[in-house]
Design a protein around this ligand. Structure first.
Ligand SMILES: [Zn+2]
Length: 434
């Protein structure tokens, strides 16, 4: 039995190795569909590319549009694809979930961000590492298992989902509500986000986004003392964040193995600030005291922190200013909130992927936690499925940057890891024991 499994494993690895060019071509094809979010462009084209390919390989394919989700319209439909194939015998289901949306290209590129350029053993493009390279690797991993006849028990699923970059409500969040990420349909979920080829990502920090609005009163700009300047009030808020909150957050350390190291603490980002007159016109401004200023904050917090206290820190600053600063008034609106999540290190999917990393790469896997959230939150919170991790090719730090790329060797190796881990989780004739 053992030697059967060993022989099957080396056959499987060879199969993936010879499909290197196919893996690269699939990654390029995915990159060339500019699924930019916002606004959520050409999602259907990308979902159909994945769907057509898997239909041809015997999967049953469903398209699930998240009608009514934020951003969904006939112009920008939130189209998800879910593909499933069953083995002859019953058994657990392993699901690979990748988000098909990418963030806008932004400035600073030296190659076409949607060209799928291949250079020096890398594929370049927006979404190369986050996460079209990962989607391609998981597809090739699963196809190779099927071609080798190794799916003897259980089921395999692959989904391509939308809107991960904007919270995932129209994607995994929507599917999770419909039962696509719950038992008994699915048992193990692997999300091929770019966390580096030798790392198992067991969870993420919490997030709390809020919009603070300070209020004032308009007046002529030459007599500011007759008005009440909302921008100066926001300056006071920023000053308190800068001098009190940021040092306090930096002192909160976590036992979560967050990478990079700089994120192993609580953080806050000032995401946007808007105050005063509009600037999107060619004319000159007129002299006015601004009566409104809005700021969006992005607070990332630790599993050791209480979400209510995270909100409370900001409220305390605002309330204190209301008491101490003449003319200060504010409103606070929550934009988005997700609790931190962390899968047990001895959960089956964690052990299977860690063991596969060690076999393929010849070194032990590192267990990490992501600084930002990803779709695991919906799987765990909505689907109530704890056996979920992120594992995929690509270097985390390159995500959302200009000249984003994914290493071809990384993709091949991570496809081998995914295939071997799947074999282990499925049980059947070639299942590994952990
Ligand atoms: Zn991503």
């Amino acid at each position: 039995m053992r030697s059967d499994t060993d022989a099957a494993t080396s056959q499987l690895f060879r199969r993936i190795e010879v499909r290197r060019d196919d893996l690269v071509a699939l990654t390029q094809d995915l990159i060339r569909i500019p699924t930019v979010n916002p606004p959520g462009d050409v999602y259907t084209d990308c979902a159909e590319l994945i769907g057509r390919r898997l239909t041809a390989r015997g999967f049953s394919v469903e398209y699930v549009r998240a009608e009514g989700a934020a951003g969904d319209s006939d112009r920008y439909p939130r189209t998800n694809v879910v593909a499933r194939i069953e083995a002859p015998r019953p058994g657990p289901c392993v699901h690979f979930n990748g988000h098909i949306d990418v963030v806008p290209a932004g400035q600073g590129w030296t190659v076409d961000p949607f060209g799928g350029v291949v250079k020096d053993g890398r594929v370049y493009g927006r979404g190369a590492c986050d996460m079209k390279g990962g989607i391609a690797a998981s597809i090739v991993a699963v196809e190779s298992l099927l071609e080798e006849g190794l799916l003897t028990a259980g089921a395999l699923e692959i989904s391509g989902t939308v809107d991960e970059e904007s919270g995932g409500y129209g994607g995994v969040g929507h599917l999770a509500k419909l039962g696509y990420f719950s038992r008994p349909r699915v048992d193990h979920v692997i999300i091929p986000e770019p966390l580096n080829v030798d790392r198992v990502c067991i969870g993420h920090r919490g997030v709390w986004w809020a919009e603070i609005e300070t209020k004032g009163r308009v007046a002529h700009g030459s007599m500011p003392f007759l008005g009440n300047c909302a921008v100066r009030h926001m300056g006071a808020v920023l000053h308190r964040i800068e001098t009190e909150l940021i040092p306090r957050l930096a002192a909160k350390r976590t036992d979560m193995p967050v990478v990079p190291e700089g994120a192993r603490q609580s953080t806050i980002n000032i995401n946007a600030i808007h105050g005063g007159q509009r600037e999107d016109h060619d004319g000159l401004p007129s002299p006015m005291v601004p009566d409104r200023c809005r700021m969006v904050i992005d607070r990332r917090y630790l599993i050791e922190e209480d979400p209510e206290a995270v909100r409370g820190e900001i409220v305390a600053i605002l309330e204190d200013l209301r008491r101490s600063r003449p003319g200060f008034d504010y409103e606070l609106r929550e934009v988005l909130a997700f609790l931190p999540t962390m899968t047990d290190a001895d959960a089956p999917v964690v052990r299977a992927v860690a063991a596969a990393i060690e076999t393929v790469l010849g070194r032990p896997a590192q267990h990490v936690v992501s600084p930002g959230t990803y779709d695991q939150k919906h799987v765990v919170r909505v689907g109530q499925l704890k056996d979920c991790i992120a594992y995929g090719p690509g270097i985390l730090d390159l995500a959302h940057q200009p000249d984003e790329w994914v290493g071809i060797e990384d993709m091949v190796q991570s496809a081998q890891v995914m295939a071997l881990a799947t074999l282990g989780l499925l049980g059947g004739d070639y299942g590994l024991r952990f």
